[in-house]
Design a binder for this molecule. Structure first.
Ligand code: ADP
Ligand code: MG
Length: 620
């Protein structure tokens, strides 16, 4: 039966086949001594290998849940020397893993099957709480001495140590990547103890002996870009972020100066504030960034792994898909679930946004085994604490009666909140090592995976409005507003200057007006004074003139009266003269000798002259 151990452990042939071989095999040769494992396997009935409490599968059609795949690492040279025989059995047909444990010097009175416990030894006590809650069967021999216990787990997939990276990708990652291309969030997470092969599974990128050993991250990137290239109807935009959680601090591995970044919660879930998102155009771009980030990641030598990751690393690939010529019937759009805001998005351009989280967890380690001291020990303790918190969150999510999930107890669980039973399709890879020393850790990892299978998820297609268009519009608007603001500021400045100048000139004018007013007042006063003086002067002069005028008038009147008197007197004399002259004229006229024109004219002329002279004298 030596070949049974080889078949089950080293080459990982299905256990069932091994059992069948065992049962069909003729009776063992008497010279060959059977191992306790073989003896026990022979005594087991078929029912033993069928789990009593099988977790619901998404294949059952009853909602979706976290999918779990187990990967067994090939043994190292040192592990190959382990002559205790195989203790991990993988059945790839039934997707089961069986652990064989030896209970040394145990006093065991127990038969656990379907959760029944009659008694237990000190050594198995630690495992009982797990066993009773897990989808497993356990069988031990009752009695005293060394005993072997077999524990069975069933998962969505089990990958033996001989499997290729491409098999791991196809089983555990590809369905999630395809969902991400459809607009779902996806998480692929590797869990297991230090040195179990998590980093190898996720991000190995070296070509080994001509064989491609690329891990899940390079393969996912290649698949995304290959699909995007083939798709003629849609255009894709992919960006990448790479962060690590080291000693409970988030650091951007693509911009290492950004450390202790904060987790915030927005409409679309939790996110790391200020995270660097680099646009990637090909799988090669992803690899370059992965190498760049890895250079900044915390690794160190431990006894368990020469290149041990001391931090949880998370690669985030954001895939945005947009129809080249978008025209979707409204009814179809409204029928489909989405996480974008319903208001207004039907009118705008829309994109399907799928986020792929590729999580390489740091491994748990026992300080005694790893020999870590100082800062290495602190790192390990921080990692162990966050993994414990992860376990608690998974436990709470798996328990339908749990009322509180302690996501906020660690940065890791807070960031992976949506991946642990929220809006994400989650695939968990449990990495285990084929080594007796790590059996306890493997048991713990398998128990974790088994519980994770009970966590239901509720992924939805994320539909967002074309944020680049919105951003561009917003930027244009902002630029316009900026320009307007600048011109307004300039005009305000010039107005202010004008105002200052106007104020200054107003002050000057006011001063001038004040001065003028004063001048005017003094002038007025002077003028009034002058006026008063002039008034007095002129009234005096007027009085004098008036008096003089009155005097002269009086004199004139008197003179005129006198002249009148004289005139009257002359007039009386004139009358006498005229009478005399009339007589003279009558005499002349009666005298024919004097009767000539000449004589008459001479007389008239002389009289008239005399008369006028007299008149002139009278009037002047
Ligand atoms: P972890 O990240 O879990 O601490 P690693 O991925 O660093 O462990 O693996 C530890 C060692 O084991 C590495 O040298 C790695 O190359 C090797 N290794 C892990 N898994 C495999 C595998 N499936 N095939 C070959 N080598 C492996
Ligand atoms: Mg690692």
């Amino acid at each position: 039966m030596d070949h049974l151990a080889a078949a089950c452990g080293a080459t990982n042939l299905p256990l069932e086949r091994s059992l069948r071989q065992t049962s069909n095999r003729p009776a063992p040769q008497p010279k060959r001594r059977r191992t306790p494992n073989e003896r026990l396997l022979q005594t087991m009935d078929a029912k033993f290998l069928i789990p009593e409490k099988r977790p619901k599968s998404s294949m059952d059609g009853d909602g979706e849940r976290v999918r779990v795949t187990v990967r067994l690492r090939p043994p190292t040279k040192a592990e190959q020397r382990d002559d205790e025989g195989p203790f991990i059995f993988l059945d790839t047909d039934r997707n089961t893993v069986v652990l064989r444990r030896t209970l040394e010097n145990a006093v065991v009175y127990m038969n656990i099957s379907a959760g029944m416990c009659m008694g237990f030894s000190v050594e198995v006590a630690f495992a009982i709480p797990f066993y009773l809650n897990q989808p497993l069967s356990m069988h031990v021999q009752s009695g005293r001495g060394s005993f072997e216990a077999f524990t069975e787990f069933q998962f969505d997939g089990v990958l033996p140590s001989g499997c290729q990276q491409v098999d791991v990708y196809n089983t555990a990652a590809r369905p999630v990547v395809l969902d991400v291309l459809q607009g779902y969030n996806g998480t692929i997470m590797a869990y297991g103890q230090t040195g179990a092969g998590k980093t190898y599974t996720l991000s190995d990128k070296l070509a080994c002996g001509g064989m491609s050993v690329e891990g899940i991250i390079p393969r996912s990137a290649a698949e995304i870009f290959a699909r995007a290239e083939q798709d003629n109807d849609n255009e894709y935009h992919v960006s990448m972020s790479y962060i690590q959680i080291y000693m409970e601090q988030i650091q951007d591995l693509l911009r290492p100066e950004s450390c202790n970044m904060q987790i915030r919660e927005g409409e679309t879930g939790v996110y790391v504030s200020g995270i660097q998102e680099v646009e990637v155009k090909s799988a090669e771009d992803v690899m370059k960034l992965l190498l760049l980030g890895d250079r900044n990641r915390a690794f160190s030598f431990t006894k368990l792994n020469a290149h041990s990751s001391r931090s949880h690393a998370i690669v985030i690939l954001t895939v945005e898909r947009k129809a080249k010529n978008f025209s979707e019937p409204a009814s179809e759009a409204s029928d489909r679930p989405h996480s974008g805001s319903s208001a207004g998005f039907l009118e705008g351009e829309r994109v399907l946004v799928g986020k792929l989280f590729l999580v390489d967890l740091a491994g748990s380690e026992r300080l005694k085994k790893s020999g870590s001291e100082g800062i290495r020990a602190s790192e390990a303790m921080s990692v162990n604490l966050s993994l414990t918190c992860l376990g608690k969150c998974i436990g709470a999510r798996a328990d339908p009666n749990a009322t509180h999930v302690p996501f906020r107890d660690s940065k890791l669980t807070r960031l992976l909140q949506e991946s642990l039973g929220g809006n994400a399709k989650t695939s968990l890879i449990i990495n285990i090592a084929p080594c007796n020393d790590y059996l306890r850790e493997s048991l713990s990892s398998l128990s974790f995976g088994s519980r994770a299978m009970k966590v239901a998820t509720r992924a939805i297609v994320n539909v967002e409005e074309e944020f680049r268009v919105l951003t561009k519009n917003l930027q244009d608007t902002l630029e316009m507003q900026d320009e307007r603001l600048q011109s307004l500021e300039a005009s305000i400045l010039s107005k202010e200057e004008q105002l200052v100048q106007a104020r200054r000139s107003l002050e000057e004018r006011t001063k001038q007006v004040e001065m003028l007013r004063k001048e005017q007042n003094s002038f007025n006063e002077k003028f009034m004074e002058q006026l008063r003086l002039k008034d007095d002067h002129w009234s005096h002069r007027l009085e004098i003139v008036r008096n003089a005028a009155v005097d002269s008038q009086r004199k004139r009147i008197r003179y005129l009266q006198e002249e009148l008197e004289k005139l009257k007197e002359v007039d009386g004399q004139q009358g006498t003269t005229i009478a005399v002259l009339s007589n003279d004229l009558a005499k002349v006229l009666c005298n024919p000798d004097l009767h000539s024109d000449y004589a008459a004219r001479v007389i008239q002329r002389s009289y008239r002259r005399r008369y006028l002279l007299k008149l002139q004298r009278v009037t002047t």
